[in-house]
Design a protein around this ligand. Structure first.
Ligand code: T3D
Length: 276
């Protein structure tokens, strides 16, 4: 993905091409396995996005993987995460890693005011699968696969996986993924409704960028409100959803983009949204 990259990060790259930002997980030698610090860096990159003028975000991975999950060789805090260090402190370390590093990033992702695309270029496993599926639109290379790897190492799904999978594909398929821990190829993921689309590997970058450009040229405030609305609709009773939509519509209708949208319709031309 093109654009200028900032170099303050060790485990990711953040680049911006006009109004599209890309965060690339960048530990290809470990299939982009994520130590807690990587999720901290992702969160720090999120904080940069408004200042960079980003109106859409792509998440992707360097090399042949999207993300192989938590780094099983260690967390960088002296607490090893390997299966042969099953001690009480390992469990406490996992709890702290999740509550202090991984989960805050998942929450920050859910609260971003711009649309997020996951361009899944290879395996998305464990918490890497959660990260990918938390995007608004997940577009995956046909050779990529989704893997709830946890059961294979005696752990339980995290990063919001149990919440997300039951909602995305229903209980039966969520159970299949979580309890059997088998690879779900991109095409199957698309047919299940787990992701937006599977594309030929060679087309992934182009199609993800085209999608991001399209969203970045959209009415950013309305898209941000849609993200909030969709997340809350998963929890709310119908009457509350109606009330929330009315409140969001009041905000959206007051934006310059909404004025432009209506004007363009009446003038029979394509709207030019500025994210204002
Ligand atoms: O404790 C806590 O912090 C709690 C949080 C938990 C969150 C989680 O995400 S738990 C789930 C962690 N992820 C996994 O269990 C997946 C482990 N990886 C794999 O099963 C396989 O690597 C894959 C199926 C993803 C890919 O297989 P393959 O055959 O394409 O590649 P490979 O040969 O296994 O891996 C290539 C290299 O990446 C290899 O290193 P090497 O031998 O070349 O030096 C491998 O060790 C390394 N690697 C792959 N995944 C991880 C990893 N290194 C560290 N952590 C990994 N997760």
């Amino acid at each position: 993905m093109n654009g200028s990259a900032t170099s303050r990060y060790e485990t990711i790259r953040l680049s911006v091409d006009a109004t599209v930002a890309t965060i690339t997980l960048n530990r290809p030698e470990r299939l982009n396995a994520a130590p807690p610090a990587m999720f901290d860096e992702i969160r720090a990159a999120f904080d940069e996005l408004p200042g960079l003028g980003a109106r859409a975000l792509i998440l992707t991975g360097e090399g042949r993987a999207f993300c192989s999950g938590a780094d099983l060789t260690g967390r960088g805090d002296g607490q090893l995460a390997q299966p042969n260090t099953l001690t009480a402190s390992r469990g406490e370390g996992a709890y702290r890693a999740l509550t202090e590093h991984y989960a805050p990033t998942m929450i920050a992702l859910s609260r971003l005011g711009i649309p997020v695309i996951a361009a899944v270029n290879g395996v998305a496993a464990g918490i890497g699968c959660s990260l990918a599926l938390a995007a608004d639109l997940v577009i995956a290379a046909r050779s990529a696969y989704f893997l709830e790897a946890f059961v294979n190492i005696g752990l339980v799904p995290d990063g919001g996986a149990s919440w997300m999978l039951t909602r995305l594909v229903g209980k039966a398929r969520a159970v299949e993924m979580m309890m059997l821990g088998e690879r779900i190829p991109a095409d199957k993921a698309e047919s299940w409704g787990l992701i937006y689309k599977a594309v030929d590997d060679i087309d992934l970058s182009t199609q993800a960028n085209a999608l991001a450009q399209r969203l970045a040229a959209g009415p950013t405030h309305a898209l941000g409100l849609m993200r909030q609305g969709i997340a809350r609709a998963l929890e709310q009773p119908y009457a509350e959803a109606l009330a929330m939509e009315a409140s969001h519509q009041m905000i959206a209708a007051n934006t310059a983009d909404a004025r432009e949208g209506a004007t363009a319709f009446l003038e029979r031309r394509k709207a030019v949204f500025k994210g204002e």
